[in-house]
Design a protein around this ligand. Structure first.
Ligand SMILES: [Zn+2]
Length: 378
């Protein structure tokens, strides 16, 4: 007997039962993400004069505290539209950001070219950290062999760690992120796991990896505590304080910097493109594009009908680009076709199947919740 719940899709956005934890309101048929979105809009999004005033206060504070230092804030850049727009918004307001870029070996040439064009024109310094490829490959393969959905944890962990490390070393208190309510308001918890959990990362690598991690950036809970509580480092979002919609942003970047878009969100990395476009939908049965499109629907960027159409349109699996990426990824990871197929056939496992610090993260909202809350407040 098949006990899988019946398929259901939200009547307002396009989130559906590919997220096992989604809930629907009766009788409206709206989902729990719509509710979350409305809540966040009420608390994190401001309009008109209030928005201007809050942004001016943030800018003034960042400038004042950064006075006398080479840089007053940090911003991570992958070459994507959100953060590239964010860096420009900071520069326009007279801030002096240092841009950080993590080179994990997978960046699309186009992304590197976009970053260079924008930063050169804005005269912003770039700090690039190149991860040791043999270590990174080993840890990425460990996550694939563990058969857990979020095999981007090694990249995301290294990015967070790198931000804090540079901020601590250079006495920079404020770090700007590209996250915003218009294009990425939420992502189902069941589709991933917190990348900051070093215990989890080490446990999976210990079990499936072979190369010792000697240079891979590792962020301990102790360092997080030190950074947030003692050095009072804060994460901020600038895009929630400006009028932001993706299409106009791409057009502006194109006109001002000769920026060339990628075709889809997060396609600036070949691995991310293959992981989100192929591994997740084919093996794990969900597509993060659904959450991104839902954010756009809720923020008014596109209509629900358009989102459904975009979702139904298969623009990656089965294309020549997908076949090319597949061959590239398999070869770069040092796998054979048969080994990759074996990974794809492994039954999916929850991240909770492996040792983790989930309880600590849940029981310390005063630290980890604070990260989230501070995203939008000084
Ligand atoms: Zn919804």
């Amino acid at each position: 007997m098949n006990n899988a719940p019946a398929y259901r899709i939200c009547t307002r956005c396009i989130m559906d039962t590919s997220d096992p934890e989604i809930q629907f309101d009766h009788p409206s048929g709206r989902c729990s993400y719509c509710k979350l979105y409305d809540h966040r809009v009420r608390h994190d999004l401001f309009h008109g004069e209030e928005r201007e005033r809050k942004l001016a206060a943030i800018v003034a504070k960042v400038k004042a505290e950064g006075s006398g230092h080479e840089y007053d804030c940090l911003i991570g850049l992958s070459g994507g539209v959100d953060r590239t727009t964010a860096v420009w918004e900071l520069k326009k307001r007279g801030l002096r950001p240092l841009a950080i870029h993590l080179d994990n070996g997978w960046n699309a040439e186009l992304a590197v070219d976009n970053i260079k064009k924008v930063l050169d024109k804005l005269q912003i310094d770039l700090y690039t950290y190149v991860i040791d490829w043999e270590e990174f490959k080993d840890i990425q393969l460990s996550f694939l062999r563990a058969s857990v959905p979020n095999s981007e944890i090694p990249t995301d962990h290294a990015i967070v760690c790198l931000h804090l490390k540079v901020a601590l070393e250079r006495n920079i208190r404020y770090m700007f992120i590209g996250a915003n309510l218009a294009t990425e308001a939420f992502m189902p918890v069941a589709w991933g796991y917190d990348p900051r959990d070093l215990k989890h990362l080490r446990a999976i690598h210990r079990r499936f990896g072979n190369v010792p991690l000697t240079t891979f950036p590792q962020l301990s809970v102790r360092t997080s505590l030190y950074a947030v509580l003692w050095r009072r480092i804060r994460w901020l979002s600038v895009l929630n304080y400006v009028s932001y919609d993706k299409q106009s942003a791409i057009e502006m970047l194109r006109q001002h910097f000769g920026y060339r878009p990628y075709g889809a969100k997060h396609f600036e990395s070949v691995y991310t493109r293959f992981f989100q476009g192929y591994i997740l939908p084919v093996k794990f049965g969900f597509n993060k594009k659904r959450a991104h499109l839902s954010s756009l629907v809720l923020s008014g960027g596109i209509s629900r009908a358009q989102a459904l159409e975009d979702m139904a349109k298969e623009d990656y699996v089965g294309t020549a680009l997908c076949a090319e990426d597949r061959e590239f990824v398999i070869k770069k990871l040092g796998l054979t076709e048969a080994e990759f197929e074996e990974i794809m056939r492994l039954p999916p496992r929850s991240h909770y199947h492996y040792p983790n610090n989930r309880l600590l993260f849940e029981r310390m909202p005063w630290l980890f919740g604070r990260f989230k809350r501070l995203v939008t407040t000084v």
